[in-house]
Design a protein around this ligand. Sequence first.
Ligand code: CTP
Length: 206
Amino acid sequence: MRILVTAGPTREYLDDVRYLSNASSGRMGYAVVEAAVAAGHEVVLVTGPVDLPPPRGCEVHAVETTAEMRAAAVEAFPHCDGVVAAAAVCDYKPVERVAGKMAKTGQPITIGLIETDDVLAELGRTKAGRWVVGFALEAENPRENALQKLRRKNCDWIVLNGPAAIGSADNDVQLLDTSGTTIAHWAGTKIDIARQLVTWIESRPN
Ligand code: CTP
């Protein structure tokens, strides 16, 4: 198979030196890439900025902003069999990016934020015969929220994990299908979980 993977955080700039982002390490997505390459698949990785060495044996598109991640993913997806969307996309961006560096005023300031593009939702809308695996990072009502996300973004399956996954080498996840059934529960290192996910994708029901 040829598999698209999104990984890592994105950044949204307030001015030329400051940005909004999150604490994603990119490890889960990179582990999926490693497991998929080791299993003999072609992989296209679209990655936000992370402190990890680029994985071997795959096509890498390094991006910074959500708009860049969207553009690279939308271009790659038609040439792939499916996508694993492990990126921790920055959901909001400043209404405008100030050129240069905002100087202090001595007063509180208010920054207006608008939602960024939803990369996975767009891939889900345009998936045709391709399979789509999303991730859901949930703090409260995890199953209901993950299932709503799966449906809203037109995923086939969603990997539910919690905030403890951020920046950690380990994870504890459930794989949910469109009916809300838990079809797998995996705990261990992110690479162990990634291997099981790839094995599961290889034998997935159509
Ligand atoms: N995702 C995406 N583009 C976004 C937001 C999320 O592609 N702008 C993808 C993530 O890569 C993940 C899934 O959507 O596969 C769910 O991400 P998550 O952060 O859990 O959910 P959000 O859609 O951001 O919703 P919320 O922050 O309200 O929980």
